[in-house]
Design a protein around this ligand. Structure first.
Ligand code: SF4
Length: 413
């Protein structure tokens, strides 16, 4: 690794659980329905991968864990217990480690949530998406909003004090009033964190095919922008602090003293900002475990083979690979300083409060932001897409809607 590329520490861990009950119409994640028989053998090799990498890395320290999918809440508690045992054996988890598990409403029970809490899961992320039955049906989601209300109430009773609710807006046929009703119902549940993403028509998904065949209307970008702006203003009014383009979190600590309108003042993310995702957006190091999981560590960006069956066979092959790689890695790129700087800009600019700090950039890469990106910064500032005062670059309100134009400037080709 180049001396110029000094990665942020400590480490985050991502664990991919690629099982779902059905495949939702809009989803392009690496997940599979009907493979429940593989859950036990998959967990066994996942534990083996965790141990191989953890031991090769000398039992590294991790400050966040994230169980994503797929639907991690489909995995029985005894299999989660085995994963946690492997994690504790092979990594040092900090005492305040943030441990998130993605769950689908309708797959949970109070006993299950108590079991997760006892294992150490302290942040629950529920895929809510909408409060309207017809929209949930359109998305192929199996739950109803009543399941969300029940899941939040069980989670609170089980001791969860950090809950994220995921939403999707700009659905085909969705009106502004329907989106507003969903957000108001979600706010009434008092989650610590809310993520809201506009529907994206991903290649290869049934939803995209339906839209392109004219069976569903193309989402209207102007209406999507109106929904986003309304949500930003409403969430702010309800005390949620926007810290990333699509993420808001509460802050129940004493009021902040920093002046947010002044980019030079100290920036503090809200108390319930997702620390795991902050690690990605700050271009920090993380290890990925499981089928199709991605990792970024030791100057490498890598990903595991996608199919669970192939993943199991590769881990069972026992082939030796140097840290942070496991036998399941199918793609790996060594990052040069230019890649690392470009990625730091593209991801960091998503953070609407902290953006990219010039001092931090120079500490990490040995070159100032101003020296490396003079033309890009001036051009984006002139177009009103970023604020740049020589110390910190971050998106303007207008820039939040046109993020892709900003990220493109820093793309390494
Ligand atoms: S439940 Fe989530 S991961 Fe599974 S298919 Fe639906 S959107 Fe994708």
């Amino acid at each position: 690794m180049s001396d110029l590329v000094r990665e942020a520490r400590p480490l985050s861990l991502y664990l991919h659980i690629p099982f779902c009950t059905v495949r939702c119409a809009y989803c392009d994640f690496n997940t599979y329905a009907g493979l429940d028989d593989l859950m036990a053998p998959y967990t066994e090799v996942l534990c083996r991968e965790i141990k191989l990498v953890g031991e090769a890395g000398g039992r590294p320290v991790a400050h966040t864990l994230y169980f994503g999918g797929g639907t991690p809440s489909l995995l029985p508690l005894e299999l989660h217990a085995r994963i946690f045992a492997a994690l504790h054996e092979s990594f040092t988890l900090t005492s305040d480690c943030e441990v998130t598990l993605e769950a689908n409403p309708g797959t949970l029970s109070r006993t299950y949530l108590e079991g997760l809490r006892a294992l150490g899961v302290n942040r629950l992320s529920l895929g809510v998406q909408s409060s309207h039955p017809h929209e949930l049906r359109l998305l192929d989601r199996l739950h109803l909003f009543g399941d969300v209300v029940q899941a939040v109430s069980w989670a609170r009773a089980a001791g969860f004090e950090n809950i994220n609710l995921d939403l999707i807006f700009a659905l085909p046929h969705q009106t502004l009033a329907q989106w507003q009703a969903t957000l108001h119902r979600v706010l009434a549940l008092g989650p610590e964190h809310i993520s809201a993403y506009a529907l994206s028509l991903e290649h290869g998904t049934p939803m995209r095919a339906w839209v392109y065949r004219g069976l569903l209307p193309m989402p209207d970008p102007d209406l999507a922008a109106e929904m986003y702006e309304w949500a930003s203003e409403t969430l702010e009014r309800y005390g949620y602090v926007q810290y990333e383009i699509s993420n808001w979190a509460r802050d129940d600590r004493i009021p902040q003293t920093a002046d947010d309108s002044n980019p030079k003042s100290e920036i503090r993310n809200p108390q319930f900002a997702c620390r795991h995702n902050l690690q990605y957006w700050r271009n920090g190091e993380y290890l990925g475990f499981g089928a199709g999981a991605h990792g970024h560590a030791a100057g490498l960006r890598y990903s595991n083979v996608l199919a669970p069956g192939a993943y199991i066979r590769r881990i069972e092959s026992g082939e030796h690979r140097p840290y942070p790689l496991s036998p399941a890695v199918s793609e790996c790129t060594r990052l040069g300083p230019e890649d690392a700087m470009g990625e730091t800009m593209m991801m960091g600019m998503r953070l609407v409060r902290e953006g990219v700090s010039s001092a931090e950039f120079e500490r990490r890469f040995g070159v100032s932001l101003e020296t490396r990106y003079p033309r890009e910064l001036r051009s984006l500032q002139r177009r009103g897409l970023i604020e740049w005062d020589g110390e910190r670059a971050r998106l303007t309100r207008a820039g939040r809607l046109l993020g892709n134009q900003v990220f493109r400037e820093f793309l390494v080709v």
